[in-house]
Design a binder for this molecule. Structure first.
Ligand code: SAH
Length: 325
């Protein structure tokens, strides 16, 4: 627009640091320039369609409406070290994991980096808080929307934006091995976490179609290469489903596969999703799974459940909205 370069910084800060939703809020720009901007551009922002606050632990879940009428979800969790947001990266998901609500209605579209970032701005404004940590674990497969997700990560990390440390950003993937190799070349010290959920191909392929493309051993090999290249410790998510992947044999096989690898396993009791019919492992089986891993020298913890009373696990609200309930 032939403007002096300092204007770019001003506008960048309004968009990313303040998180305005209209050009009129950019008060240090002339009225004329603001008009010119709004004639040529738009700011994509999330509108709060529904909001649920947990009575148990004050976790907040939002259903956001996007400019084209699509819905996504975000969850805000309070931890000792600050507020964490669980961000959606796509409208729907292509991956088809059998236990997950996000993929039930298929895939609609990728989110733009601004649409991911606006989840933070909308929540921060609504709650009057500063979010310090991000987990890319909402609706969607972040590595299937690679370029927009990377742009999002770099933007929120910028000091003229939200200034969130790379180390406080976690990206969760179902294991797109080609993209894991691409990610390790980016030189960004984020935390990578892998939705593993099974110690071998025969169990994993039953619930995660992606396993037919990239099997367990290939995923673990990519993780070892990622660690060798970045020195960032990988986490594995392992959702325990009764009678499916929670046996002692599974724990032993998993420990064997990850022997001598500096990683962490997060055990997650499965959340019931109405259409999925998964049954949670019994507490005694969860405990014994954990003990077996620990006894074999593997770092493992059981994930604390937050927002249990508000269906805080992702995909469930969007699904309800679509069903017209
Ligand atoms: N697509 C990415 C990120 C979104 S899912 C991924 O697969 O990692 C975030 C995490 O929630 C994943 O580990 C996923 O497997 C898990 N998850 C999905 N449905 C669940 C359910 N019903 N109960 C417990 N965890 C679930």
């Amino acid at each position: 627009m032939n403007l002096p370069s300092f204007r770019a910084k001003q506008i960048y800060k309004w968009l990313h640091k303040t998180g305005v939703s209209s050009f009129d809020e950019m008060t240090d720009l002339s009225k004329e320039l603001r008009n010119k901007l709004s004639e040529n551009y738009y700011i994509s922002s999330c509108v709060i369609e529904d909001k649920y606050v947990s009575k148990i632990d004050s976790t907040v879940k939002y259903l956001f409406r996007l400019h084209d009428g699509e819905y996504i979800e975000s969850v805000i969790m309070k931890y000792k070290y600050g507020y964490t947001i669980c961000v959606s990266s796509q409208v729907g998901c292509k991956m088809g994991c059998k236990f997950c609500a996000s993929t039930l209605a298929g895939f609609k579209r990728n989110l733009l980096s601004g649409e991911m970032e606006s989840q933070l701005h909308a929540a921060q404004k609504d709650l009057g808080i500063r979010i310090s940590h991000i987990v890319l674990m909402g609706i969607g497969e972040p590595l299937d929307n690679y370029d927009n997700v990377l742009k999002f990560i770099r933007n929120v990390n910028n000091e003229n934006s939200l200034n969130i440390s790379m180390r406080d950003i976690t990206l969760s993937t179902c294991g797109l091995v080609d993209k894991i190799y691409k990610l390790m070349e980016e030189d960004i010290p984020i935390t990578l976490t892998i939705s593993l959920h099974a110690p071998n191909d025969s169990i994993r392929s039953k619930t995660m179609p992606i396993n037919d493309k990239y099997g367990v051993d290939e995923v673990i090999k990519a993780c070892k290469d990622y660690y060798a290249k970045t020195s960032r410790r990988i986490s594995f998510e392992y959702t325990l489903v009764k009678g499916v992947n929670d046996s002692k044999e599974c724990a032993i096989e998993l420990a064997e596969k990850l022997r001598n690898f500096n990683c962490h396993i997060n055990l997650i009791p499965v959340n019931d999703v109405e259409e999925r019919g998964n049954v949670r492992s019994e507490q005694k089986d969860v405990n014994s799974f954990l003990e077996i891993l620990k006894s074999k020298g593997i770092n493992a913890t059981i994930r604390r459940t937050l927002g249990k009373d508000i269906n805080a696990s992702c995909g469930q609200l969007r699904r309800k909205k679509q069903g017209g309930e």
